[in-house]
Design a protein around this ligand. Structure first.
Ligand code: SF4
Length: 228
């Protein structure tokens, strides 16, 4: 079995609670959304690789004193969940702590691999950020499928983010359990280059704090320091 792999690389985790952690990234190609206005993913370049080839590349990058955390990311890695079922146990056998970074819209596919990962990092997408598509139901079911796992949520906001949509997203998160940490990510670039003012970010932060216990404003540190 082969998967479309956009890149395998070692870098510093730039987002979420594991920011700064030496990490091996396996970035899968393809996404079931494809319309996020801040998306910086190159959808055209990838290699067809089997599990043995991915592990060989991972081993070369990790070495004896290499990262003990691996992130499967994308694109949307759950698009290739069959391949993940073969890859993740092998990475775990190599003593890796496993992080799944997903857009949080494919709950049925998560169910097949949820016990193979240690941590789930999921997005909540505001409809205005993805061309008007509402993904509330998918996100709600995805959060439910994460019950009992270590999970955190990333939510990107920019100057054009709609406050009503934001409140719906935060309400969804609050319903799932106020203890799920939220990482509020100000958009710093992307296809449309839309940023956010401090005043707008502060407004979103205060709304989030009224529903969610742990809210962190999180820049994409890897972009700030200029690593992959
Ligand atoms: S979910 Fe991620 S990869 Fe897919 S379009 Fe949005 S930002 Fe890009």
């Amino acid at each position: 079995m082969k998967a479309r792999v956009a890149d395998i690389f070692r870098s510093i985790q730039g987002e979420g609670p594991y920011t700064g952690r030496d990490t091996l990234f396996v970035r899968f190609a393809g996404c079931n959304i494809g319309t996020c206005r801040y998306c910086d993913t190159d959808f055209k370049s990838y290699r067809e690789m089997d599990v043995r080839e991915v592990l060989s590349e991972a081993g070369r990058l990790s070495g004896a004193a290499g990262p003990r955390m691996a992130s499967v990311t994308g694109g949307e890695p759950l698009m290739q969940d069959g391949f993940l079922k073969a890859l993740l146990p092998e990475l775990r056998r190599r003593d890796m702590r496993l992080l799944l970074e997903t857009n949080g819209t494919l709950p049925e596919r998560l169910s097949g691999i949820r016990d193979m990962v240690d941590v789930v990092s999921m997005d909540i997408k505001l409809p205005g950020s993805v061309g008007g598509v509402e993904l509330w139901e998918e996100h709600r079911r995805f959060l439910a499928a994460c019950a009992g796992k270590e999970v955190y949520v990333k939510l990107v906001v920019d100057e054009r983010s709609d406050e009503r949509e934001f409140r719906t997203a935060i309400g969804l998160l609050g319903d799932a359990g106020p203890s799920v940490p939220l990482f509020l990510q100000p958009a710093v670039n992307g296809t449309e280059g839309v940023g956010i003012s401090l005043a707008a970010l502060d407004r979103f932060y205060k709304v989030a704090r009224s529903y969610v216990r742990s809210v962190t404003v999180s820049t994409q540190m890897h972009k700030v320091v200029g690593v992959a």
